[in-house]
Ligand binder design. Structure first.
Ligand SMILES: NC(=O)c1ccc[n+]([C@@H]2O[C@H](COP(=O)([O-])OP(=O)(O)OC[C@H]3O[C@@H](n4cnc5c(N)ncnc54)[C@H](OP(=O)(O)O)[C@@H]3O)[C@@H](O)[C@H]2O)c1
Length: 336
C-alpha cells in the first residue's frame, strides 16, 4: 500500500459518533527516523473509553485534539526499523490509532511493546483476553478480593471485561451473576462461560429477576455500567461488600451524564468499600496478569469470544456497536 489512511477527529461528537465527526485523509506512508520503526496496523481494539477520549471532560489521559489521529490501542507488525528492539517482522502492541501505518519506538510514553516471536495464540486473543481487556478484569477482581461462596454481580457481563471478570469470580469459587442486554448474551454467560445466573436488563421485571438470582445478597459489584443498573445492585449489597468501579458506560454518549448518580446510603449503612481503578496504573504488573490469564486459558477455565469487524473505513460505526450492544465479547476491527 502506498498511502496511509487516517481518521482525524474533526469535531467533538454529540451522542453517538457519525462519520462527520472524523475526517478521513490519505497521506504518504511515513518514514521512520533514527531509533524509530514503521508499524503496519493490523487489528484495532474498540474500547468504550475511546468515546471519552474525544470529549473535553476531565479524564485520565489528555483528550484527543481536533485534527489529531483518533487514538486506539492496536496490534501491528514492524515493516521497517531503525530501532534494534523492534526488528522487522515483530508483532507489537501499543497506541496505533485509526490509521494504516504508524511510526514509533520501543521507548517513551507511547512505546510499542514487542510480543514474543512464534506466538502460539491468535492475534485476537492477544489483543483481547491476554491484553488490557483481560488485565482490567484480573486487577479489578483483585480489588474486589473475592472469597469462595460470595456473590459477585457483573454488569455488561457479556462484554470484553465483564465476561472475563465473571469467570475469574467462578475460579475463586464465587456465585457469578451477570447482567446483559439480550437473551442470546444471557445464554452465552450461563451456557458457555459458567455464570450461575444471567439477567437481561431489558426485561420489564429485571430487578425482580436480579433479586431472585442473588438470594444471599451481593458481596461484590463489578460495575461497568452505572445509572439505574448500579443503583439496583447497590440496594442489594451485603455488609462490608465491595464495589469495583471499572466503568460507567451508560453515560459516555450523554452530555448530561447521570451514570454516576446513585443513592449512596446503602454504601454507608453496609460499610461498603468502593474503589475505582484505571488499568494503565497496573502496567508494571501486566506480565503477571498475562501469565495467570494464559494459564487459566490453557487449563480451559477461561473462555472468550471476539466480534471482529473488517475494514478501517468502518471505524466510526464500529465504535457505536459498543453502545448499541451489537457484539458479543471483545470488539475489534481488522484492518490488514
Ligand atoms: N477502568 C479501566 O481501566 C477500564 C478498562 C477497560 C474497560 N473499562 C470499562 O469497562 C466497561 C466495559 O468495557 P469493555 O471494553 O468490556 O466493553 P464491552 O463490555 O465489550 O462493551 C460495552 C457493552 O456495554 C453494554 N452497554 C452499553 N451501553 C449500555 C447502557 N446504556 N446500559 C447498559 N449496558 C450498556 C453493551 O452490552 P449489552 O448488550 O449487555 O447492553 C455493550 O456490549 C466500560 O465501562 C469501560 O469503560 C474500564
Amino acid at each position: 500500500m502506498s498511502a496511509n489512511r487516517q481518521f482525524l477527529l474533526a469535531r467533538r461528537p454529540s451522542g453517538r459518533v457519525t462519520h462527520d465527526d472524523f475526517a478521513l485523509r490519505e497521506t504518504p506512508v511515513p518514514e521512520p527516523g533514527p531509533g524509530e520503526a514503521l508499524v503496519r496496523n493490523l487489528l484495532l481494539s474498540f474500547d468504550p473509553t475511546q468515546r471519552v477520549w474525544i470529549t473535553d471532560v476531565p479524564q485520565y489521559l489528555p483528550p484527543v485534539q481536533i485534527g489529531e489521529v483518533m487514538r486506539a490501542y492496536g496490534l501491528g507488525r514492524v515493516e521497517q526499523s531503525n530501532d534494534p528492539k523492534l526488528p522487522v517482522g515483530t508483532l507489537v502492541f501499543g497506541m496505533t490509532g485509526w490509521q494504516d501505518y504508524v511510526v514509533g519506538s520501543s521507548r517513551g510514553m507511547n512505546a510499542f511493546t514487542p510480543l514474543p516471536p512464534n506466538l502460539s495464540v491468535p492475534q485476537e486473543t492477544m489483543l483481547g483476553v491476554l491484553g488490557p481487556t483481560g488485565f482490567s478484569a484480573y486487577f479489578g477482581m483483585e480489588i474486589g478480593a473475592p472469597k469462595a461462596g460470595e456473590t459477585v454481580v457483573v454488569s455488561a457481563a457479556a462484554g470484553a471485561v465483564g465476561s472475563v471478570a465473571g469467570q475469574i469470580a467462578k475460579i475463586h469459587g464465587c456465585r457469578a451473576v451477570g447482567l446483559a442486554g439480550s437473551a442470546e448474551k444471557c445464554e452465552w454467560l450461563t451456557g458457555e462461560l459458567g455464570f450461575d445466573a444471567a439477567v437481561n436488563y431489558k426485561a420489564a421485571d429485571w430487578k425482580k429477576q436480579l433479586r431472585a438470582a442473588c438470594p444471599k445478597g451481593v458481596d461484590i459489584d463489578f460495575e461497568n455500567v452505572g445509572g439505574p443498573i448500579m443503583e439496583a445492585v447497590f440496594n442489594m449489597l451485603n455488609l462490608r461488600a465491595r464495589v469495583v468501579l471499572c466503568g460507567l458506560i451508560s453515560g459516555y454518549n450523554e452530555t448530561e451524564d447521570e451514570s454516576s448518580r446513585a443513592n449512596l446510603s446503602p454504601l454507608l449503612v453496609k460499610r461498603v468499600r468502593l474503589e475505582g481503578f484505571i488499568i494503565l496504573d497496573y502496567a508494571p504488573r501486566f506480565g503477571e496478569a498475562a501469565a495467570q490469564l494464559g494459564k487459566w486459558l490453557a487449563e480451559g477455565k477461561l473462555k472468550h469470544r471476539e466480534t471482529v469487524i473488517e475494514g478501517l473505513e468502518n471505524a466510526p460505526e464500529t465504535l457505536n456497536r459498543l453502545f448499541d450492544g451489537e457484539k458479543i465479547g471483545k470488539l475489534m476491527l481488522r484492518i490488514a
